[in-house]
Design a protein around this ligand. Sequence first.
Ligand code: GLU
Length: 314
Amino acid sequence: MTNKEYADFLLKTDYDYNYYLEKYPKRALKEGQMVTRFAPSPTGFVHMGSLYTSFSDLQFAKQTNGICYLRIEDTDQKRLIEDGINGIINDFNDLNIHFDEYPNHGEYGPYIQSERRDIYASFAKKLIMEGLAYPCFCSSCELDSIRKEQIDKKDRIGYYGKYAKCRDLTMDEAIARINNNEPYIIRLKSLGDFNKKIVLNDLIKGQIEMPENDIDVVIIKSDGLPTYHFAHAVDDFLMGTTHVIRGDEWLSSYPIHYELFKVLGFKQPKYAHMAPINIKEEDTVRKISKRKDPWARISYYDEMGIPTEALKLY
Ligand code: GLU
């Protein structure tokens, strides 16, 4: 079996990645124009913290005559709430906040990730063909036992190096297991070295040095959908994002994203990692709580008759 036949055997797609590279040509931008995106997951109502991020996305696009688009990140199907996508769209409509591109509107769609399955799979196949991704058959039980071994040995946690059991399976071994109906996922075959450093020039936090990624992260899950990491690389490249403005909980994943862009041959966007907005109560500072703070829900402002302009200033 050739590498291409192997990739076709592992992942079925309607189109080859070249089709998508042609379908989504580079955006014609003038110097300084920014393309930003607001990328919520429909796992709950729109939260004050994400609204704050969306204002930055919208404002930078506006002041540079650029584009801000809305992308729905629904790849974690287990965490979706009913009507979550409409909830997000309605919340923004009610506040009279509009994106330049959004689901069913724009040249770079679909803007809902679950509708982009074929796109992600086609790029995962490219990596498989190049020997940069492989099928993994480890069950959650096996992963637990790897983790336990790492804890016992006080070793770093993760699927890497000698712990990456499926990394060196031969094509024939993998094919036999698939023909035997064993479920599998697709992992990156990381080329990184944890002892080497990469540098992120974050637009908010400044220069940050981090170890290279050496984890064979999951790129395609067993339901055929990508992980956040893989979808981030594929979408932000194909959709022409110039600046990724996101919560700083993603900062520690940056080495994974750096490697994914590199192996895919994609130019990286610039990154700005924003601190969350917290709430100060007398002497303590705490996170906004969806449960305790009714005003954390943005629909609250519309219900209270508070105009969007006031909310932006606030
Ligand atoms: N869906 C991710 C989240 O809600 C988006 C992060 C990003 O902007 O890349 O945290």
